[in-house]
Ligand binder design. Structure first.
Ligand SMILES: [Zn+2]
Length: 307
């Protein structure tokens, strides 16, 4: 049994080493997949506060829409478990992280293993799990509705857009992403709300054209008020920014979760041992600090002596 475990561990490490050797050098890309605010919070992390890894990991879980963000979410949650598992005051955070991690997994065995770990860390976490899942579901719905709001606004459906904006959590979601509402980052939620009040076009009832009334002759005309195109007008860069944001808001669909957990063969049946999570997910817990797009050790590396 123990021998088998070692074999799995060694195979895992070999696969990880190979994968790492295939990666390009981890320099920071100019187009980083995280926002400046996220980068600031990442840089502030320290293993003394596992709850902060959890907090950021759970937020990223809502917008894990690229391989980089998915991997970062996974790294944060595994570290929240690793640093919180043996400290009484943070065991609940570690349990929550295990549940969040299990929600990312598509493999039933892995989900059960992580849920058992959460249960081992915090016996009451099963109850907390239900309310957390409810909160997550509410967030997903608010993000979906926020995306719908933008679509409605651009097509001149002002009444529907205002309904969407008034739905629970939608305004908060848009405010969180306010800088992504336009290319310049200067378009505010208030601007969009004001815009929504202009629609539908009262001149053409949102049709874009004016059709002659019964008994009247003449061709249909393009509505002079909305120019035939009801809705919020955006420049190409602004439209691209909004569409990008909408993809992020809708990003947490099932297909994205598929790639989340380290690929490979199904893991062997394991005891619910919190200390084994990091190695199972190929995360080096000694690297607790985030700098310039990678995890590093908090201890300063010994500088080589000048000859
Ligand atoms: Zn019109």
């Amino acid at each position: 049994m123990n021998t088998l475990r070692w074999i799995f561990l060694l195979v895992g490490l070999a696969v990880a080493a190979f994968a790492r050797s295939q990666e390009p050098s981890p320099t920071t890309k100019p187009d980083a997949p995280w926002s400046a605010e996220e980068a600031r919070r990442l840089t502030a992390l320290s293993s003394e506060r596992p709850d902060l890894y959890l907090e950021l990991g759970e937020e990223l879980l809502e917008t894990a829409d690229s391989p980089e963000r998915i991997e970062l979410t996974r790294q944060l949650l595994v570290r929240a478990i690793e640093y919180g598992r043996s400290r009484t005051e943070y065991r609940r955070d570690a349990a929550s992280a295990a549940l969040a991690l299990s929600s990312m997994s598509k493999r039933a065995g892995e989900r059960r293993w992580l849920q058992a770990i959460a249960e081992a860390l915090e016996p009451s976490s099963a109850y907390a799990d239900a309310s957390r899942e409810q909160a997550r579901e509410a967030n997903r719905e608010a993000a979906r509705r926020a995306s719908l709001f933008l679509t409605q606004l651009r097509s001149g459906e002002g009444i529907e857009a205002r309904e969407s904006l008034a739905a629970p959590g939608v305004r908060q979601v848009l405010q969180q992403h306010e800088r992504e509402l336009s290319a310049s980052g200067r378009m505010s939620v208030q601007d969009l709300e004001n815009e929504s009040k202009k629609w539908p076009c009262t001149n053409c009832s949102g049709l874009g054209i004016l059709v002659p009334g019964k008994g009247q002759k003449g061709p249909a005309r393009i509505c002079p008020v909305c120019g035939g195109q009801p809705g919020l007008k955006l420049s190409a860069p602004d439209l691209a920014a909004q569409l990008h944001l909408q993809r992020r808001l809708l990003g947490d669909n099932e297909d994205n979760w598929a790639a989340m957990i380290a690929s490979g063969d199904a893991p062997p049946a394991r005891d619910p041992e919190p200390a084994e999570v990091a190695s199972a997910f190929l995360v080096d817990g000694r690297l607790s600090i985030w700098r310039d797009g990678q995890w590093i050790s908090p201890l300063p590396k010994p500088t080589p002596e000048a000859p």
